[in-house]
Design a protein around this ligand. Structure first.
Ligand code: NAD
Length: 317
């Protein structure tokens, strides 16, 4: 199929674009290369995709004309977003890149003659501080990020109801691995352990638990959603590891992998942080055959290896 991946220069989008091409799809990427984190990481991803024959159109979904890049597509994976919970991120960036960008993309796809599937990467953050239930629980996001993802989900569903194409909402849980965003727990901890620097821990977060999901496992779930699309049309599906691990345990794992202790510097609590996430994946198992299998220690070791190769300028996975 001819597939467009928005957010293709980003962490998950770049892995997804490659996996779809490996599965035989004709893939195009789209990304604005926003400045939320070091653009050179995104440029590297664009270069990696180009080497695989995947072009990435540099377009801003919230501002640029989208007609030409959409004209032939049969499936869209919409991953472009303002992610994260950083208090330094202006609320307007979440509204712009999560809500307005999604609405503009949906507008540009209105009446599309070829589109069959619109797959939206949402987040466990739509559930709120506790994300341990099935997909049909009431959504009560605790952060601006989560609220803008919920608004985007609603826009996708509403639009799909009046179009010839169908949608599927894929709610991702704490994805980690090579190319991960530098603002996240695992790459931050890996960098601190390697450099012997103190790790800034948000007060209380040591006991937070998360479904840490290896990026390769998450991408298998995303790809399966298109393979089995008629089955998952109209659904919301959790994509995550079915077990949860505390922040403290992750930091211990990081120290083991790096082979150095990690000293901790406490910081004030971060608003909007989730307390407990554990993906209930019955729906994903049933509809997608989803079976995430990467042990946390192996995934962290692969990410550490990637960070090391990036630092030393060697080609990274
Ligand atoms: P990322 O920041 O690495 O990738 C997002 C990409 O979107 C970036 O490359 C950015 O430049 C692009 N983008 C942002 N606004 C844009 C716009 N207006 N027009 C075009 N491109 C734009 O983030 P990621 O971690 O790879 O996340 C990918 C998706 O998965 C996001 O939708 C995110 O909400 C979702 N998600 C991620 C996680 C996770 O743990 N990483 C968890 C849950 C959900």
């Amino acid at each position: 199929m001819r597939v467009l991946v928005t957010g293709a220069a980003g962490f998950i989008g770049s892995h997804l674009a490659e996996a779809l091409a490996n599965a035989g799809h004709d893939v195009t990427g789209l990304d604005a290369l926003t400045g939320y984190y070091d653009r050179s990481l995104k440029r590297e991803n664009v270069g990696r995709l180009a080497a695989r024959g995947i072009e990435t159109a540099r377009l801003d979904l919230a501002a640029d004309p989208l007609g030409p890049v959409l004209s032939e597509v049969e499936a869209v994976y919409h991953l472009a977003a303002q992610p994260g919970l950083s208090p330094d991120t202006d609320r307007r960036a979440f509204v712009r890149n999560n809500v307005r960008a999604t609405e503009r993309l949906l507008d540009a796809l209105a009446g599309h003659p070829h589109l069959q599937a619109f797959l939206f990467a949402s987040s466990s953050s739509v559930y709120g501080r506790e994300a341990t239930g099935a997909e049909d629980v009431e959504l009560s996001p605790a952060s601006v990020y989560g609220r803008t993802k919920r608004r985007a989900e609603a826009a996708v569903r509403a639009r799909a109801a009046s179009e010839r194409w169908d949608s599927c909402i894929l709610r991702l849980f704490s994805v980690y691995g090579p190319r991960e965003r530098p603002d996240k727990l695992i790459p931050k901890a890996l960098r601190c352990a390697r450099r012997g620097q103190a790790f800034p821990l948000f007060e209380g977060s040591e006991h937070h638990r998360r479904s840490f999901t290896y990026v390769g496992d998450a991408v298998e779930g995303l790809v399966a959603a298109l393979d089995r699309f008629p089955r998952c049309a109209g659904q919301a599906i959790n994509i995550g590891a079915p077990s949860s691990t505390s922040t403290l345990r992750v930091l211990e794992r990081v120290a083991e992998v790096v082979g150095r202790p990690l000293c901790i510097e406490r910081r004030p609590p971060r608003p909007g942080d989730q307390q407990n996430t554990r993906a209930q994946i019955e729906t994903a198992r049933r509809l997608l055959g989803f079976a995430p299998a990467t042990p946390l220690r192996d995934g962290i070791a692969r990410e550490a290896d990637w960070l090391e190769r990036t630092r030393t300028g060697q080609a990274a996975p």
